[in-house]
Design a protein around this ligand. Structure first.
Ligand code: ATP
Ligand code: MG
Length: 301
């Protein structure tokens, strides 16, 4: 991987409601080759159209999402931010097939995933999920946890062990393959959860505050590792976080939701060169992106 030399400018990229996925625009822009941005942003990874979600509870209805339209390019990294309770997890659960939308459709790579409240299990089987808790099986070793999705697909023992060992290396767990989850730190457990999510080469990786429980330094390291994993795997990622700087650091675009009901308020392209190092956080461009997004959140008070 080569470090780009393009300098940051003080001008923040435009923020627009419902901006389309970025397209290559010139020699200085992403062209899929001269950066570490994987995939093809012109191809659709995920398409969400008119998604609405109302929870019916004993105390009445909760309108959690309203009219969500969003396209995520193949290989694109989209961060989802917004106040607590604005519907981020609800949207992620709809995208992962765990929760039926009340209305609207979800497509993955032009294949219908949710249509008229019906899900296509084959499409969602290609998705990888990572949550705040690693949810590893305590009686399985790391390598067996990572290999579990392959076992469920009937992959033979030797092959799944080889693939799981490779994935352990990808997430920096070499040497811990035969450890049990209780012998790992929180960050290592999350890495194992990411490796497990990658086991079936997911077309889409959905992550809900995966680093929310980690200390700041571990989180920085995990962000660098996730950036690398995204670059080498080329998977489409939707990443939920409470941290605006984490969202900006990782993303190609940041989607900001407003609450009651959750709607897309803005989509901000993050035109910072890749790969990004932690030093990017000290640049004027990064600072202005973070301040701009924080201002939008504050305006909701
Ligand atoms: N299973 C449920 N039944 C009823 N209401 C729910 C359910 N899950 C979420 N809600 C409601 O839907 C709204 C959105 O919740 P959601 O968990 O999606 O928010 P969030 O943005 O993920 O919040 P946080 O940042 O705190 O994780 C909230 O008002 C919440 O109370
Ligand atoms: Mg949540």
């Amino acid at each position: 991987m080569t470090q780009q030399t393009r300098t940051a400018t003080a001008t923040p990229p435009p923020t627009s409601p419902q901006a389309p996925p970025p397209t290559p625009a010139g020699p200085d822009e992403f062209d899929g080759r001269d950066t570490d941005r994987p995939g093809d942003p012109r191809a659709v990874g995920l398409r969400v159209a008119g998604v609405d979600k109302t929870y019916s509870t004993r105390r009445g209805d909760v309108h959690a999402l309203s009219d969500i339209d969003l396209e995520v390019g193949r290989g694109e990294f989209v961060s989802l931010v917004g106040r607590s309770g604005c519907g981020k997890t609800t949207l992620l659960r709809v995208l992962s097939g765990l929760l039926a939308p009340t209305a609207g459709t979800v497509e993955a790579g032009e294949r219908p995933a949710w249509v008229a409240g019906r899900r296509d299990d084959a499409v969602f089987a290609e998705f990888g999920l990572v949550f705040q808790e690693a949810n590893l099986f305590p009686w399985f070793t790391v390598v067996d946890n990572v290999a579990l999705p392959l076992k469920l697909r009937g992959v033979g023992r030797a092959e799944r062990r080889a693939r799981a060992t490779e994935l352990c290396a990808t997430v920096g767990l070499t040497g811990f393959e035969d450890s049990y989850p209780r012998e790992l730190s929180g960050g290592m457990r999350q890495r194992a959860a990411i490796a497990r999510a990658l086991a079936c080469d997911p077309s889409v990786l959905l992550m809900d505050e995966p680093f929310g429980a980690l200390d700041a330094m571990t989180r920085d390291r995990m962000n660098l590792e996730l950036q690398h994993i995204h670059a080498v795997s080329g998977t489409t990622v939707v990443f939920v976080t409470h941290s605006i700087s984490e969202a900006v650091f990782l993303a190609d675009r940041v989607v900001l939701l407003t609450p009651r009901p959750g709607r897309i308020r803005s989509v901000t392209p993050i035109d910072l060169p890749r790969p990004r190092s932690v030093e990017v956080e000290a640049t004027a461009e990064f600072g202005e992106l973070v301040v701009g997004l924080r201002r939008q959140l504050d305006e909701e008070d």
